[in-house]
Design a protein around this ligand. Structure first.
Ligand code: B16
Ligand code: MG
Length: 212
């Protein structure tokens, strides 16, 4: 029976936190909104518009229309995309590349399950598109993590039932999404200490112990 492993992108495969931070910081400064790295941590795994709402908790200016908010998010994304252009294959470790290759060799089907609308662009930049069988990202969902939609879609794209899929996540919102989808939740990085995880990964290569 085929099994699937679904990987979150930011914080698991690549680390774009600093780019998100710099791009949001630039926007926040323009609007005189206080923003720091602690607030930035709350944006992990959260969609672009939901991230903006978190930043706007500190906004004290005139009320903003939905259209203005869209513009703000677009502006942030333009800055963010400029930073993404700096990414190269060196931004993915050999450990990640080799582990993905080995999991595939063992017969697992691999997918990306990311909230990002830039997932395809990031994978192209780091030359990792071919490592995955399917990509489910911010472009094919209407509800972001902790809603399970992005992982449910990933499993559908792979053609594998949810109960035969595992998710690898660095964000609590992503672990909650994986549990809601009925999948095995593997926590790495920040999510490794979260009490809802099924599997704790100290390193990416630990996946090879878990998925024989
Ligand atoms: P974008 P993931 C998430 O990716 C990021 O962790 C989160 O910080 C970001 O706001 C979200 O993607 C949306 O990204 O603005 O590029 O569409 O962790 O789910 O891979
Ligand atoms: Mg993440």
């Amino acid at each position: 029976m085929e099994k699937g492993i679904i990987f979150d992108l930011d914080g698991v495969i690549v680390f774009t936190d600093r780019f998100h931070y710099k791009a949001w910081k630039k926007l926040a400064d323009e609007y005189g909104i206080y923003f720091d790295e602690v607030i930035n941590n709350r944006l992990r795994g959260v969609s672009r518009m939901d991230s903006l709402e978190i930043i706007l908790e500190r906004y004290e200016g005139a009320p903003l229309s939905a259209q203005e908010k869209e513009k703000m998010a677009e502006k942030k994304n333009e800055t963010y995309k400029e930073y993404l252009k700096e990414m190269t294959p060196a931004d993915v470790t050999d450990e990640v590349r080799d582990t993905l290759k080995e999991l595939r060799k063992r017969g697992y089907k691999l997918a990306i399950g990311s909230s990002s609308k830039n997932a395809t662009f990031i994978l192209e930049q780091v030359k990792l598109t071919d490592a995955f069988d399917k990509i489910s990202d911010g472009n094919n969902i209407t509800k972001s993590k902790p809603d399970p939609e992005v992982f449910v879609k990933a499993a559908e794209f792979l053609g594998i039932p949810a109960e035969d899929c595992a998710v690898v996540e660095d964000a609590e919102a992503g672990i909650d999404a994986a549990k809601a989808a009925g999948m095995i939740a593997c926590g790495i990085g920040d999510a490794a200490g979260y009490d809802r995880i099924d599997v704790r990964l100290s390193t990416f290569a630990d996946l090879l112990e878990q998925f024989k």
